[in-house]
Design a protein around this ligand. Structure first.
Ligand SMILES: [Zn+2]
Ligand SMILES: [Zn+2]
Length: 382
């Protein structure tokens, strides 16, 4: 074990400090500062800041040539009010670290202690603190940032804590790990009119009433195979909350979800076709756009084998995942640049679920998560 008891005390305090001061996607300025403060004593050979937003990367170089291995965690919290009596509960109204990214940061920060004391023999180890995971924008922004060209990893690893799995147990499989998803926003426009003379206006009501069930029927869910499609209408609004006005405008928001990016393309075409048809039937004009675009996440077999070797070396319990996750994860994009894999680290069978108002990352899994990454780094880089 590369962490001392005093390291662990420091890491738990760091996790709780982050938990108290959550910042949402794109606003992680103070979180990035806190990370920088934690990393600096380990004297990285280089620190890259403002990477794809508030991203931070610490680089530890070996003296011999070798691969570049990146370990990634996320900086952002959620716009959800935390419900907790704990001393380290969120001090920011309406915001909370309810996905456990505070714990992921503590795990990756732990690696700085090991790498600071003993550099890799070959290649480079990169600790990446990525912004804006929850909106799906962060990984793309990091990769698109010119500063990422210098980083260019050969391997990329990440983890997500997983309520429902035993504390510290690891689940990991080759192939599809997370679904692709994206938010479709539909704006239907007609004309408002006086409620007493609706014939003088053009209401989107019929189109809205048709589209909500029709979109839902495009994606009935079912088995998580390559044909999987799930459409969830998440929001709808029409006109104003008034009795005197017949509506002239409506919005529908729906989340589209598939196992593969290829299938997502087909689902978008079908959804847009339905929308155009319903708008045309009512004589409405229509605009659509996409938000929170996540690509599918696929685990590379060689990267999975490296993690399994590390888990065996650390004598940690692990097994395959039950199925790919329906949830999305923008780590998938790193898989286009590097051999990448993400594992699930159990946060306890009785833990509240992610994004629930009472979720709190268990400090007990900081050390197990850090051990898997550190062993993987040492096995690859010495
Ligand atoms: Zn989340
Ligand atoms: Zn998360």
């Amino acid at each position: 074990m590369f962490l001392s008891n005093s390291d662990l005390v420091e890491l738990v305090a760091f996790r709780r400090e982050l938990h108290r001061a959550p910042e949402i996607s794109g606003e992680e300025r103070e979180t990035a500062k806190a990370v920088l403060g934690f990393l600096t004593p380990s004297k990285p050979d280089q620190i890259v800041t403002d990477l794809g937003g508030h991203g931070v990367a610490a680089i530890y170089e070996g003296s011999e040539p070798g691969p570049t291995v990146l370990v990634r965690c996320e900086l952002d919290a959620l716009p959800i009010e935390e419900l907790s009596e704990s001393e380290h509960r969120s001090q920011v109204p309406g915001k909370g670290h309810l996905c456990g990214h505070d714990g992921h940061m503590a795990i990756v920060a732990a690696l700085s202690r090991g790498l600071g004391r003993s550099r890799p023999r070959r290649g480079r180890a990169i600790l990446l603190f990525q912004p804006a995971e929850e909106t799906g924008a962060g990984a793309a922004a990091v990769i698109a940032d010119g500063k990422f060209e210098e980083i260019a990893p050969d391997y990329a690893f990440s983890l997500h804590n997983r309520p429902g799995l035993p504390l510290g147990y690891v689940a990991l499989s080759e192939g599809y790990a997370n679904c692709a998803s994206r938010g479709l926003r539909i704006v239907l426009t007609g004309h408002t009119s006086h409620a007493s003379t609706p014939e003088h206006g053009l209401s989107p009501m019929t189109a809205v009433a048709k589209l909500m069930p029709a979109l839902t029927a495009l994606g009935p869910g079912g088995a998580l195979d390559e044909d999987y499609a799930l459409v969830t209408v998440t929001h709808a609004a029409m006109g104003e909350p008034a009795f005197g006005i017949a509506p002239g405008r409506a919005e529908i928001w729906a989340t589209l979800r598939t196992l593969t990016d290829a299938q997502m393309g087909a689902l978008c075409e079908r959804a847009e076709g339905l929308v155009r048809q319903a708008a045309a039937e009512s004589g409405l004009s229509v605009e659509t756009d996409y938000h929170d675009v996540f690509h599918h996440c696929e685990n590379n077999p060689e990267a999975v084998a490296l993690l399994r070797q590390a888990l065996d070396d650390e004598k940690m319990a692990h097994g395959p995942t039950a199925s790919p996750s329906r949830g999305s994860e923008d780590f998938g994009l790193f898989g286009r640049k590097a051999k990448s894999a993400m594992f699930l680290l159990g946060s306890g069978e009785s833990s509240p679920h992610l994004h629930n108002p009472d979720y709190d990352f268990p400090d007990d899994i900081i050390a197990p998560g850090a051990r898997v990454f550190m062993r993987t780094l040492r096995n690859l880089l010495g």
